[in-house]
Design a protein around this ligand. Sequence first.
Ligand SMILES: Cc1ncc(C[n+]2csc(CCO)c2C)c(N)n1
Length: 220
Amino acid sequence: MSTVERLLKATEEIWAGYHEKPFVRGLGDGTLDVKKFRRYIIQDYWYLMDYTKVFAVGVAKSKSVEVMKLFAKYIQAILDGEVNVHNGYMADFGITQEELDHTPIAQDNRSYTSYMLSVAYRGGEAEVLTAIFSCAYSYEVIARQIVAERPDAPDHPLYGRWVRGYITERYTGNNVILKNMLEQLTADYTEAQLRELEEIFTACSRYEASFWDMAWEQRV
Ligand SMILES: Cc1ncc(C[n+]2csc(CCO)c2C)c(N)n1
């Protein structure tokens, strides 16, 4: 079994649960309260700011220019908003930098990003990539499932952009690059090292599940 197959197998139940989250179901069938979605977009802004820092620590931990370039490209892309579906929503909802600056990061969100940053500071390239991969790939899996259940979901006037953003060739192609790099870096990993990756991936997957609950319950 490849490393990524192993990580996905270990977290099968958590990942299956994503599709049942009320927030995710509401995104897919278009019934999600816009106020909840607006709050989620603001929280996700703060999430992405810290997520970018995880890549920056990845740059510092890189042992080859190939890995360094991979991490660095993401930093630029996220900050430029290129792969950030949220930019359009920020404009639509009239979310200003001032409002962002005055909205504190919610507790579940802070826990998640603090954990990823601690993994990044403590671990090496592969540990950083494992923390990153859970989040990047779960959005693709969720968006694909939404489209499988509702082929018209990408046309929804409000949530269609979210769905479309994570099934683009660009987004899914980047996930393939992350996956291949993770396989390459862990080809010689021992059982103990792989078990640690499993622990990181499981924790991040649970944090993703909590993020959906936080958004649904509008937890602060
Ligand atoms: C809580 C949370 N988890 C995952 C993503 C997905 N995601 C993380 S970074 C990024 C841009 C480049 O990969 C995307 C789409 C998110 N936005 N928010």
